[in-house]
Write a protein that binds this ligand. Structure first.
Ligand code: MLT
Length: 411
């Protein structure tokens, strides 16, 4: 019998969102008359149609595949140059941020990238992870054998946790101890917090002083609506020497079902081999990508590139504005019943303290049973998420308005 990867056995319960789905399905099966009235604000999955520019570009790309002259087979491993150039120009250079097209690696999404990046790092790194946090960072480190066993509160031995609390406005402070790899995510999933230039500069200074690498998840940057807030870690001086950035079209262009994202690795970024030699991180990632990935499809990349046309940018902005308006309504509803609320201004997530100190899974059950609304329990994002819950603003306006009414009725 084959031996399995023993580290998987350390994982606590199922991955958060399937676990929520399982509980909701069980409730719906036991209460079939209530099932049609359940509104899902748990997983952050978009609901609105794709921007027309992306639809048109993908239709055309399908037609391209029907003729020998315009047919595309395997694409370049790093992604088509026309997409990487559009990203470099619009998402970075036009904002005064130095990123070249050949530093961009197009992929099928940021979730895979944030997990896969561990392939190119050793297992003896000290890894710092904010708490609460997008569960993929912790779980993929457990799977890779980078942690010890789970503790009773769901945290893992061997990781350095960076508490995110109301006291620090959910922006973690740099630790006093050394860490080699540090995950950061802004706008944050799940808290919706954003970091200022000064706060990110502290992280970059820490990383430079400690020879660390920041793994910066910018999947929600399109939701930043204030120019005083950095949209990229590479807007911070020194970050090119110490950071990798992950980006996604899932939330920017509504691509959760289309699948496309990218990783940015500056050419000057270096890690160290066992003998102490400096090694190009970008070259390792290129090697990894060439071996394990054949690229996002031509059709999908055409759709992504269309988001950077004038028409695509305008349509994307309306989509983001729509979800941000939803977030504003949900924030206001929670505040109107006296709950403590964070996020939802530069992010599609509203982070809320449970009433009367309820445990977050108990609150999840209450909302499901009484209000027929699915939220995400904060404890699913880490021990410091206990006592909080997240509401996703990705929904139709009708559903959001109904959720607001139910919040006011049941809380
Ligand atoms: C979330 O709800 O946190 C996200 O949609 C999950 C994801 O992006 O994988």
């Amino acid at each position: 019998m084959a031996n399995i990867n023993q580290h998987f056995l350390k994982l606590q319960s199922g991955y958060l969102f399937p676990e929520i789905g399982r509980r909701v399905a069980a409730f719906a099966a036991a209460n079939p008359e209530k099932a049609p009235h359940i509104i899902r604000c748990g997983i952050g999955d978009v609901t609105e149609p794709l921007p027309q520019a992306a639809i048109d570009a993908m239709h055309k790309a399908v037609d391209d595949q029907s003729k020998r002259e315009t047919f595309h087979g395997y694409g370049p491993e790093q992604g088509y140059a026309w997409l990487r150039e559009a990203i470099a120009k619009v998402s970075y250079k036009q904002r005064g941020i130095e990123v070249e097209a050949d530093e961009i690696f197009v992929s099928d999404g940021a979730k895979c990238d944030t997990g896969n990046i561990l392939d190119i790092f050793a297992h003896n790194n000290t890894i710092a992870i904010p708490d609460p946090v997008y569960p993929v960072y912790v779980d993929t480190n457990v799977m890779a054998g980078n942690t010890g066993d789970a503790r009773t509160d769901g945290s893992y031995e061997g990781l350095v946790y960076l508490p995110c609390t109301p006291e620090n406005n959910f922006v973690p402070q740099v630790p006093t101890q050394h860490a080699d790899l540090i995950y950061l995510c802004f706008p944050n999933n799940p808290t919706g917090a954003v970091a200022t230039y000064e706060q990110l500069q502290e992280w970059v200074n820490y990383a430079l002083a400690n020879d660390s690498i920041l793994l910066y998840d910018g999947a929600y940057e399109a939701f930043i609506s204030d120019t005083s807030i950095p949209t990229s870690i590479f807007a911070i001086p020194g970050a090119r020497q110490c950071a990798i950035e992950f980006r996604s079209f899932s939330k920017q262009g509504g691509f959760t079902g289309v699948r496309c994202g990218y990783v940015v690795i500056p050419k000057e970024l270096r890690g160290r081999d066992a003998a102490g030699n400096k090694i190009s991180v970008s070259e390792l990632w290129k090697r990894r990508t060439g071996t394990k990935f054949n690229g996002a499809s031509y059709i999908v990349q055409r759709g992504a590139a269309a988001l950077f046309t004038d028409e695509g940018l305008e349509q994307t902005k309306s989509l983001i504005d729509f979800y941000l308006s939803n977030a504003g309504l949900l924030r206001a509803a929670c505040m109107s019943v006296g709950l403590n609320v964070w996020g939802g201004i530069h992010a599609p997530y509203i982070w809320v303290q449970t009433p009367e100190g309820m445990k977050s899974w108990d609150f999840f059950d209450k909302m499901l049973r009484e209000a027929l609304v699915v939220i995400t329990p904060g404890a699913g994002f880490g021990a410091h998420g206990e006592g909080f819950f997240r509401i996703s603003a990705f929904n139709s306006r009708t559903n959001v308005e109904e959720v607001c009414r139910r919040i006011k009725r049941f809380l």
